[in-house]
Design a protein around this ligand. Structure first.
Ligand SMILES: *Cc1c(COP(=O)(O)O)cnc(C)c1O
Length: 345
């Protein structure tokens, strides 16, 4: 990889900036497992406030926070309803089954965006022969659907349908910050009525490590989540070093997410008249690029592109994914589009 390589594989590739590293170095810390780490606690309170939730807990990863959210809400032997291409279905190594004895009930949608109607259709009638639903999970933005953004009224409909069925809702908001930026609404608007919400700090916000799980019911939920996290090996000691990066990012890197969205639109636009490609119409920071004509495969073109200085990931046999982020500029995106066009001509 040359220094000038443009890495569009994921928004997780961002590296902490010198200013973020300074904030980390100067963090006031304690032992978060033994009693308390003041910086971690400040981050948890700030995240809960931004999400309009009662409290939050800091986690080493989004996967562990998602798994904990499911463990809090869905009892063993029940089903977790969610969109068929959700992260919880495809990228958590069957965690809800292996960890919690919970069965995935995938709901197929044409575009990745769940609706209240689809939830209602998927709900089973009460019967001693059918599994009970334990919880519903929603992903916003939806990664596998190409960063699709779920609008507040659609979310309200889903929360309403879940409430009518007495189902608690977990929001996988790894990129909820991006959804809020795309819609120009506060993040809390997108978490209204949910029981738990996971947000990532190590994606578009540029932190090296960290996610939070926020809850709507204070004392008890936090204590239960704390226990589950500890059982999973997620208790961290002087975690204020990492939480300081989170606090820094919420203050400095949140308002610029719309630049990533502009860059994603620019990339799609610059690829739109290339006959070998069909880019998606990005709603946030993800562009799906389909290889058309059937001649080329994602696995075939990715090494060629990497050699030419642009890194992407495969997302199906004929599909590539590009993600814009803090460490790629508008100029980088323009250059990436040129490289992709000439490599695939
Ligand atoms: C990245 C991601 C996660 C998991 O986060 P990690 O920190 O990588 O474990 C969960 N859900 C979605 C939608 C994601 O994009």
């Amino acid at each position: 990889m040359t220094p000038s390589t443009i890495d569009l594989r994921s928004d997780t590739v961002t590296r902490p900036s010198p200013a973020m590293r300074r904030a980390m170095a100067e963090a006031d810390v304690g032992d978060a497992v033994l009693d308390r780490d003041p910086t971690t606690r400040r981050l948890e309170e700030r995240v809960a406030e931004l999400l309009g939730m009662d409290d939050a807990l800091f986690f080493p990863s989004g996967t562990q926070a998602n798994q904990t959210g499911v463990a809090l809400l869905a009892p063993p032997g029940t089903e977790l309803l969610l969109e068929a291409n959700a992260h919880l279905v495809h990228y958590e190594l069957a965690g809800v089954a292996a960890n919690w004895g919970v069965q995935i009930r995938p709901i197929a949608t044409p575009d990745g965006l769940l609706t209240a109607e689809q939830v209602n259709v998927a709900l089973r009638p009460p019967s001693p022969h059918l599994p009970r639903a334990g919880a519903l999970a929603v992903e916003n933005t939806h990664n596998a659907a190409g960063g699709k953004v779920m609008a507040p009224d659609v979310m309200d409909g889903i929360v309403g349908a879940a409430r009518a069925a007495r189902l608690p809702v977990h929001l996988d908001g790894a990129r909820l910050w991006n959804a809020a930026a795309a819609l120009a609404v506060p993040p809390a608007r997108l978490a209204r009525g949910v029981a738990t919400v996971m947000v990532s700090l190590s994606k578009g916000l540029g932190c090296p490590v960290g996610s939070c799980l926020a809850f709507s019911a204070r004392e008890n939920e936090r204590a239960r989540a704390w226990e589950i996290r500890k059982r999973l090996g997620g208790g961290m000691r002087q975690s204020g070093i990492l939480a300081a990066a989170g606090l820094y990012a919420l203050e400095h890197n949140m308002n610029r997410l719309s630049e990533d969205h502009e860059n994603a639109r620019l990339l799609a636009q610059r690829l739109s008249d290339c006959p070998a490609l069909r880019p998606s119409a990005p709603e946030s920071n993800i562009v799906m690029i389909d290889l058309v004509g059937g001649g080329q495969t994602a696995d075939g073109v990715i090494p060629k592109l990497a050699q030419a200085g642009v890194r992407l990931v495969p997302f199906g046999t004929h599909r590539l994914r590009a993600v814009t982020h803090l460490d790629v500029s508008r100029d980088d995106v323009v250059r990436a589009a040129e490289v992709i066009r000439s490599a695939l001509r």
